[in-house]
Design a protein around this ligand. Sequence first.
Ligand code: ZN
Length: 153
Amino acid sequence: MDGFMTRAVELAAENVREGGQPFGAVLVKDGEIIAEGVNELHRKYDISGHAELIAIRKAQEALQTHDLSGFTMYASGCPCPMCLTSMYMSGLEDIYYCASIEETAAAGLGASEGIYQDLRKPNEDRKIVMQHMALDKDKENPMKMWQERQKND
Ligand code: ZN
C-alpha cells in the first residue's frame, strides 16, 4: 500500500466515522493528488455520489476538461460499474483499489458485485432489460443532426 492508497483508505475511515459508507478515492497525476472524494450517499439524495465520481468531477471542473488520460485512481474499494465506466469515458487507464469486490459484498455492500454479474448476461437476461424503440419517421433525428454538424465543423 503506497501513500496515495493510504490517503484513500484514511478518507474511507473518516467517512465511516461521519456516518457514511467506507469509500474514499484519490485522483493522482504526475505524483500529485489532484482531487479527492468520499461516498456522499449519507449526505445527499444523489446515487452518483460515489467517491471516485466525486474525485473525477472535482478534477474535471478544476481543470476544465473531460480528459483524464494520464491520471491514476486510488480507490479504497474496488470501483463499481458506474465509476469504472466514468473512468473509461474520461480516458483514465490506471486504477488501484484496496478492498476487493468480495470484501465489499461481505461487509453488506453487495450492489456492485450483483451489477457486475448482471452485466455479464445477455441484455434479455438482465435485471433491467433495455428495449429498443424506433424513431418515428416524421421526427427530427438527433444522431443525423450531430453527424451533419460534425461535417460542417
Ligand atoms: Zn461507484
